[in-house]
Design a protein around this ligand. Structure first.
Ligand code: NAP
Length: 486
């Protein structure tokens, strides 16, 4: 069972009110669910700003973790994250601690919410990979002036998010899935998602599979959004695209979300804590209310979910709305919530909640080395160094330093562009260099003894901070070339 029931027959849900406008929006959702007659045992737990202030650097206390482990289902408000400094995001921590790898962010046109797209029937879902990619947040200052963020994407991570997208398409009766990537530039990371999508799509012949470059996807979403039903994409691309899609149907106030893992689910709006509106009783609770209806379907309360969605649409049809829809004639958060409660059981005239099959994710085999190649070989290494010298000076001195070893310097690049041997281009350089060494005899395999000797030689003159082995996997290079490298 992917949710738990207490001794009084109530379904258990951990409720995290969150920061900023979080307590107001989650309270609205809780009141509506209770009024709809769903019997839930709410376990109210903390996370976010207040927890950081108490000195807990993760922002997620052990009592919250224990509650989620027990209930398996969470309704949460947004959590504040310091921007550009300070502790890591408690949101991302929660998603990663419970491996909720699929972030499902649907948007659907609602009655009474006028947008430039009204009448087009926008109804689409962004399926965003939720735990890998740049949001793993593995960052280092490699020199005092050069920062690095590792973009890690796994075959397993790609496969399970792509499967989630196709399963969702089936559950919702969609005809197509688009996979949005930047595989034209990041051929190994984003390319892995594209290749996995193409492979997995063969198992879903009833659904059309289209790949689209993510920047064109953003463009197409603005020009012709109704062509999309399900868009599967990587973590950061999905974060950006889903804010865009929320803008198409009236803004973040109407955009719900679910973070799903194997047997665990965290439901929350796409929006953040909107601190300037905190405590003012003016914000739109619809996004969290719609997230709560996703939660109700997940815990087999589909009828109540439909009733709440219909009551929300009926309320909007009546011309009752919050100030994000239109300032003039708007009502408070609590008045809007009261109106939805009063409208439970009523049906809107132009819109209907849809019965949806609850999405169940397919667990993949648990072994960690998910991909087992037939052959692999190390053929060289990239050694990253710091130096204020010129490309010529660095290149010639490195060639000299590795004389007599099995490795030779192939090239030096600066932020991805080859600068030694010179291409004749005018690349502006910083003090961070990637020095590519390859075996003089390409039929051999590089061992650690040789690499450590070369590292010692390079280190006798330069500060090195990072090493990457160059591998050939199943006979193909498992690394990309620098811009300008042959
Ligand atoms: P935000 O909180 O989503 O707010 C951005 C803007 O969106 C608001 O100023 C407001 O626009 C509008 N908005 C958001 N929610 C609304 C609602 N319920 N009703 C009406 N309008 C709404 O984004 P942010 O200002 O970039 O981030 C603030 C904090 O939230 C940051 O600490 C960030 O890290 C955090 N955050 C948390 C989550 C999460 O917990 N899942 C997600 C995103 C951000 P107008 O100004 O035009 O009225």
């Amino acid at each position: 069972m992917h949710y738990r029931i207490d001794e009084q027959g109530r379904k258990r849900v951990t409720l995290i009110p969150g920061d900023g406008i979080g307590p107001e929006v989650t309270e609205a959702a809780r009141r509506i669910i209770d009024a709809a007659g769903v019997r839930i045992a709410w376990e109210i737990r903390e996370a976010g700003a207040e927890v950081f202030k108490k000195g807990l650097p993760t922002g997620v206390p052990p009592e919250t973790i224990a509650s989620i482990r027990e209930t398996r289902v969470v309704l949460k408000g947004p959590l504040e994250t310091p921007v550009g400094y300070g502790e890591k995001s408690a949101n991302v921590t929660l998603r990663k601690l419970f491996e909720t790898y699929a972030n499902i962010r649907p948007v659907r046109e609602l009655p009474g919410v006028q947008t430039p797209y009204s009448g087009r029937g926008i109804d689409l879902v962004v399926v965003r990979e939720n735990v890998e990619d740049l949001y793993a947040g593995i960052e280092h200052m490699q020199t005092p002036g050069v920062a690095q963020c590792l973009k890690l994407m796994s075959k397993k991570g790609c496969e399970r998010i792509v499967r989630a997208a196709f399963e969702l398409a089936r559950a919702e009766g969609c005809k197509s899935v688009h996979c949005a990537t930047k595989a034209n530039i990041m051929k190994l990371t984003e390319g892995l998602l594209k290749r996995t999508f193409e492979e997995v799509s063969k198992e879903y012949p009833d659904i059309q599979a289209h790949h689209i470059i993510v920047d064109n996807c953003a463009h197409q979403l603005v020009r012709n959004p109704q062509q999309f039903e399900v868009i599967v994409t990587s973590n950061m691309n999905g974060d950006i695209l889903s804010d865009l899609t929320s803008g198409l149907i009236g803004g973040l106030g109407f955009a719900p979300g679910a973070n799903l893992g194997d047997g665990i689910a965290i439901f929350e709006a796409v929006h953040g804590s909107a601190p300037k509106y905190a405590g003012k009783n003016v914000i739109n609770p619809s996004a969290v209310i719609l997230s709560a209806t996703m939660m109700l379907r997940y815990i087999d309360e589909g009828e109540a979910a439909n009733a709440i969605e219909n009551a929300l649409a009926y309320t909007l049809e009546q011309g009752i709305y919050t100030r994000d829809v239109r300032q003039e004639g708007s009502v408070s958060t609590t008045a809007f919530t009261d109106a939805i409660i009063a409208n439970l059981g009523k049906l809107p005239s132009t819109w209907r909640a849809r019965d949806r099959r609850p999405l169940r994710l397919t667990p993949l085999p648990p072994h960690r080395d998910y991909v087992r190649p037939a052959s692999r070989r190390t053929i060289g290494a990239d050694i990253f160094i710091e130096s204020p010298a010129s490309p010529e000076e660095i290149g010639t001195s490195l060639e000299h330093l590795v004389e007599g070893t099995p490795l030779r310097l192939k090239m030096v690049s600066n932020r991805g562009t080859m600068v030694y041997p010179s291409t004749g281009a005018l690349t502006d350089c910083v003090d961070h260099w990637r020095c590519r060494f390859v075996l003089r005899d390409p039929s051999l395999s590089l061992n650690d003894e040789v690499l450590i000797d070369v590292l010692g030689r390079v280190g006798s003159k330069y500060r090195w901070m990072h090493v990457e082995k160059l591998e050939e996997i199943d006979g193909a290079p498992a690394f990309t070339k620098a811009q300008g490298e042959d």
